[in-house]
Design a protein around this ligand. Sequence first.
Ligand SMILES: [Zn+2]
Length: 207
Amino acid sequence: MNCYCNAFEEINEFRSPNEFKRFQDYIGDFVDDGKLVEIPVREKYAGFPEQWYKCKVCALTWRLVYPDFPYKGEWSVVRYEKVYEKLLLDFKNCQFPKEDLCNQFEVDDLTQATIETPAMISTSDVIAVLTAYSKNEIMLEQLLDWVNVIWFTDLFDYDEDQSDSIASVLSILEELDEDDNELTKSDIDACIEALENNQEVWICEEI
Ligand SMILES: [Zn+2]
């Protein structure tokens, strides 16, 4: 079966509002014929209005970005890797909850999500999330979600030189949802200190 995408070429600018309008009508015909399906925009290209269309045959996604003078618009293939890269960065920085990441990857369980290039986690990322938690900028539930996604999914990878230090801290955080384990201010300080020195953390159990 012939793919309709073959007829499309990327356009990196429209020469006039009229040309854009004609192109929009041209794409509209593909939608009317059921050859392209409009899907929600996941990540805007440059803040300008845009629409995304998925090809029915090859599932390639195209974006139509509206001109907004002096910007002249664009028609191009969506690079999902770039989109995911930004999403993972935002998640890493606690910009949105786990549920949103599930929606974006279209999975119920993020351990099913895959990506070509996992995002990198370094000690400074873990320090940032612990600091945010200690300042009550994020709640325990979000901290646990963060740890679980970083620890159990293939979406993130650790900086190799720092992986022992990171793993030692995450393994403590990961147990926070069990029993009455809690993270005291001094535990957080010990974790941050270990991360800053790229060492494994050692927390004494109180008896
Ligand atoms: Zn196609």
